[in-house]
Design a protein around this ligand. Structure first.
Ligand code: TRH
Length: 409
């Protein structure tokens, strides 16, 4: 983990942006706390700033091996490399940061190296400091979005930038052309067949309900598999390598099954996939009827896939995550009729509560699935409308670039 101090700031000239060039320079700092999401969001933001705004962007990341899993073009052993227009810099205690950029993004408040902060203040004009916050649908987010805070000692302004689902927030990471690529894929059975074939599988047959499962460790996995295997119609569940893999294997009595394995029971066929590069994972989300996702970035990508989703929120102490879960459900279900809305809520709650038997004595997840699945067509149309609504909020990189341009002296 990189730490403050020790890093040497050498004023090596680097292409500065500067007013009027429209080409601001950016440094995005990402400390990988846990899992993939921190790296995933910072990587998307850096790419979108470079791609849509032609800006010189450096991504400083300590957990570069995580980034390699999301984007195999990134070589974990390299200290610096240009990928997708971004200068990917491995952030270590020996990093030489050079001169600070015009705009510095502190991903999820992970913190910046002290000497680098000093150099930010010595610039003329001082660098703009943005703290990119975690995503939440809670109502207070819009009130806090964009608020400034002066550095206690240095001539530096720091702004808190909140991604979000509604106007008045920073919007979501969403690259240009995403909707067109998604719609083309979802319209074209040849593209979908090629996706499955590239992974070594035949396309699921037309009557099957196709789902993807990416979540945290969850006792409810066995329950949803029971619901699918005992259901009246075929279900194909695609499961990339992750926390759900072990319980999946256990359900079928298989220890540590290989990628590419197909496991069957009753109406259920489980397909075990490798951990996919981000762009392939998008295609999986687009190819499915239901997507079980987690954290922050897959949660957003499933919404942008315009398909019904079930979110396994990152569990927090004292069940603090339930407030975030319900805040999103309130926003998401606001324009849904009560029956599909209530069914979706019940499924999300049962899934996040780890299943177990409800008051009726039946497993909650099975009952919730059986109540929600019949609403699939309505929920699919709603997911499409929701994705269109997100597009109207603008994308995170575009909103951030606009926000910063107004504040740079
Ligand atoms: O990995 P996560 O659990 O990360 C989470 C979030 O960052 C959350 O905010 C944070 O509090 C917590 O960690 C500590 O889930 P998330 O955010 O969905 O990130 C997973 C990324 O992995 C996402 O970009 C999708 C991508 N992915 C692939 O690229 N290929 C795959 O096969 C799969 C399953 C996921």
């Amino acid at each position: 983990m990189a730490s403050a101090g020790k890093a040497v700031i050498m004023n090596i000239h680097r292409p500065q942006g500067g007013k009027g060039t429209g080409m601001r320079s950016w440094d995005v700092f990402c400390k990988v706390v846990d899992n993939y999401g921190d790296a995933a969001v910072c990587w998307r933001l850096a790419q979108q700033l470079a791609d849509a705004h032609g800006a010189p962007v450096r991504l400083w990341i300590d957990g570069i091996e995580v980034l390699h899993e999301l984007c195999p073009d990134i070589v974990a052993e390299k200290s610096r490399q240009i990928v997708a227009g971004v200068e990917v810099c491995h952030w270590t205690q020996r990093s030489d940061f050079g001169a600070p950029a015009d705009i510095v993004v502190d991903g999820f408040g992970g913190g910046l190296p002290e000497p680098y902060v000093e150099a930010m203040a010595q610039r003329s004009p001082p660098a703009l400091w943005i703290t990119l916050e975690y995503l939440s649908a809670e109502p207070w987010v819009a009130e806090h979005h964009g608020l400034p805070s002066r550095h206690p000692r240095l001539a530096l302004e720091r702004y808190f930038f909140f991604p979000g689902f509604s106007p008045g927030t920073g919007g979501l990471p969403r690259e240009a052309g995403l909707e067109a690529r998604r719609d083309e894929f979802q319209r074209d059975p040849v593209l979908q067949a090629r996706f499955w074939k590239d992974l070594g599988f035949t396309p699921p047959n037309g009557e099957a309900i196709v789902t993807s499962v990416f979540g945290y460790s969850n006792p409810a996995v066995a329950e949803i598999l029971d619901a699918w295997s005992s259901g009246s119609g075929p279900v194909v569940a695609a499961v990339p390598r992750g926390a759900a893999r072990a319980p999946m294997g256990a359900y079928f009595g298989v220890i540590d099954p290989e990628d590419g394995t197909v496991l069957r029971r009753g109406s259920l066929e489980v397909r075990l996939l490798p951990f996919l590069p981000q762009q392939r994972y998008d295609e999986l989300l687009w190819a499915c009827d239901w997507n079980f996702v987690r954290g922050e970035d897959s949660f957003v990508r499933a919404q942008l896939a315009a398909r019904p989703l079930v979110w396994h929120i990152y569990p927090q102490e004292a069940r603090a995550h339930w407030v975030k879960l319900d805040a999103f459900l309130d926003a998401y279900c606001a324009e849904l009729e009560s029956a599909p809305g209530a069914a979706l809520r019940a499924l999300w709650h049962a899934w996040n509560d780890g299943g177990g038997n409800g008051t009726s004595g039946a497993p909650r997840v099975r009952a919730a699935w059986q109540a929600a699945e019949p609403h699939h067509e309505r929920l699919r149309r709603h997911a499409q409308a929701w994705a269109a609504r997100l597009a109207a909020v603008g994308d995170l990189a575009g909103n951030l670039a606009q926000f910063c341009e107004k504040r740079l002296k």
